[in-house]
Write a protein that binds this ligand. Structure first.
Ligand SMILES: Cc1ncc(COP(=O)(O)O)c(C=O)c1O
Length: 384
C-alpha cells in the first residue's frame, strides 16, 4: 500500500509542478500549485503498465470491452449510477472534451456560462474558440459558496447556448448537493441550454458529502448533458491523457464524435488505456486511504492557519485543493509575490476570475511534512 508520507523526488522529471520553477528566478520553490499529486499511483496500475511495457511492442491499439466495463463498474460502485457502454466516448482529457463540446454544440459568437471563481482553462477554451463568456459568479457567505440561480435566469439570452459546470468545483471545493443540481438542471432545460459537466474531481469527495453525477439527479437531463470524467486526478495519471465523456443523447453523442473524428485524433495511447482500466479495477482501497490522508491534511491546514495566522479557509467538501482567504493580509505588498519570495508557489486567486482577488489556491496532495513547510512559509509571510 502506498505510504502517502513518503517523499519522492520529482525534480528532474520534467514535472510541470516541480520543474517549471526554472522559469522563475527563485530557486527551490515549494510548488503547491498545479493540480497533480505527489503520490505514487496505486500498485495495481504500476504492475499493469509494467506488464505492458515488458511486451515490447506498442502498435495501434483499440479499447477492449474490459476497458468499458471497468468504467461502468467504477461508476456503479462509487457513484451509484448505471452508465451505458454506448454513452462512453473516450477523450484525451477533460479540457479537450470541453473544447470538442463547444465546437459541436455552439457557433462562434455564442455565449457560454461559467461560474467564477473557476478553473482558468474554462475561460481560455471559450475565448480561443471565438465564443463569448457569460459570467454567473458564485455567491460567497463566510467562505462557503453557492450558485446564484436568480442571476443565472437573468443572464441567459437568445445567444446563450451552454453552461460549463465544475462539479466538484475547483477552486472553492464545493460538492454540489442534489437539490442544487436539480435546480440548475431545471433552469437549463427550460431555457434550452446544454450543460457540460466537468466531473474530473468526482472521486475526491469527503464524507458526508456525496458527489452526484449530474444525469443522476433528473432523467430530463439525459437529453441535454455531457459528463466529462477522467481517472487523471483520482489516481495521479494526468500525464497519460486519458478521459471519457458520457453522452446519453444519441444526437449529441454523434455531433460530439463528429468533431473528434474531423480532427483525426488518435486517442488510443496504449498506456492510457491500460492505466485507466487498472485504476478503475484495482484502485478502490487505495482511494479510500488517499481520501483519509487528504482529509487529515485539510484539517491540519485549517487548524494551523486558524491558530497562527489571520488567513481563513474551509475544509473542502471535495478536491485536493484549498482556497485560502488572505483578504485580512494587512499590507500594501502583493501576497502572491511575497509568498513566492519566501519560497512558496501557490495559484494566485485572480487566475480564477476577479472574484479570486485576495485568495490563493493551495494543492494539499502532498506529504504532511511538505504541507508543514508550506504553512510555516505562510505564517512567516503574513506575520511580517
Ligand atoms: C476542473 C478541472 N477540469 C479539468 C482539468 C484538467 O483536465 P485534463 O488534464 O484531463 O484536461 C483540471 C485540472 O486541474 C481541473 O481542475
Amino acid at each position: 500500500m502506498t505510504s502517502f508520507d513518503k517523499i519522492i523526488e520529482r525534480r528532474g522529471t520534467n514535472s510541470y509542478k516541480w520543474d517549471f520553477g526554472h522559469n522563475t528566478r527563485i530557486k527551490n520553490l515549494l510548488p503547491l500549485w498545479v493540480a497533480d499529486m505527489d503520490f505514487e499511483t496505486p500498485k495495481g496500475v504500476i504492475e499493469a503498465m509494467k506488464n505492458r511495457v515488458n511486451h515490447g511492442i506498442y502498435g495501434y491499439t483499440f479499447r477492449p470491452d474490459s476497458y468499458y466495463q471497468s468504467i461502468i463498474s467504477w461508476f456503479k460502485e462509487i457513484h451509484d449510477i448505471e452508465i451505458k457502454k454506448d454513452w462512453i466516448v473516450p477523450i484525451p482529457g477533460v479540457v479537450p472534451g470541453i473544447s470538442f463540446a463547444i465546437q459541436a454544440f455552439t457557433n462562434p459568437g455564442d455565449k457560454i456560462i461559467i461560474q467564477p471563481p473557476v478553473y482558468r482553462p474554462f475561460y481560455e477554451v471559450i475565448t480561443e474558440l471565438g465564443r463569448r463568456i457569460n459570467l454567473n459568479p458564485l455567491i460567497e457567505e463566510n467562505g462557503y459558496y453557492k450558485m446564484d440561480f436568480e442571476n443565472l435566469e437573468k443572464i441567459i439570452d437568445e445567444r446563450t447556448r451552454m453552461l460549463i459546470l465544475c462539479s466538484p468545483h475547483n477552486p472553492v471545493g464545493r460538492v454540489w448537493k442534489k437539490e442544487e443540481l436539480e435546480r440548475l438542471g431545471e433552469i437549463c432545460i427550460r431555457k434550452n441550454i446544454i450543460i457540460v459537466s466537468d466531473e474530473i474531481h468526482a472521486d475526491i469527495v469527503y464524507s458526508p458529502s456525496k458527489h452526484n453525477v449530474l444525469i443522476s439527479v433528473s432523467e430530463k437531463l439525459l437529453d441535454n448533458t455531457i459528463i466529462l470524467t477522467a481517472p487523471n486526478k483520482t489516481f495521479n495519471i494526468a500525464g497519460l491523457q486519458s478521459g471519457n465523456a458520457f453522452i446519453p443523447s444519441k444526437k449529441l453523442k454523434d455531433q460530439f464524435s463528429a468533431v473528434i473524428n474531423s480532427q483525426h485524433l488518435s486517442m488510443s495511447n496504449i498506456f492510457g488505456i491500460v492505466a485507466t482500466e487498472a485504476a478503475y479495477k484495482y484502485g478502490k482501497t487505495w482511494l479510500n486511504s488517499l481520501l483519509d490522508y487528504l482529509y487529515k491534511n485539510a484539517e491540519f491546514v485549517k487548524s494551523y492557519l486558524e491558530s497562527k495566522t489571520n488567513v481563513k479557509t474551509q475544509i473542502p467538501e471535495g478536491t485536493f485543493l484549498m482556497w485560502l482567504d488572505f483578504r485580512n493580509y494587512n499590507s500594501k505588498d502583493d501576497i502572491h509575490k511575497k509568498l513566492l519570495e519566501n519560497g512558496l508557489w501557490l495559484n494566485e486567486g485572480k487566475e480564477f476570475g476577479k472574484e479570486g482577488i485576495g485568495f490563493e489556491r493551495m494543492n494539499i496532495a502532498t506529504s504532511r511534512k511538505i504541507i508543514e513547510k508550506a504553512l510555516k512559509i505562510i505564517e512567516k509571510t503574513v506575520k511580517k
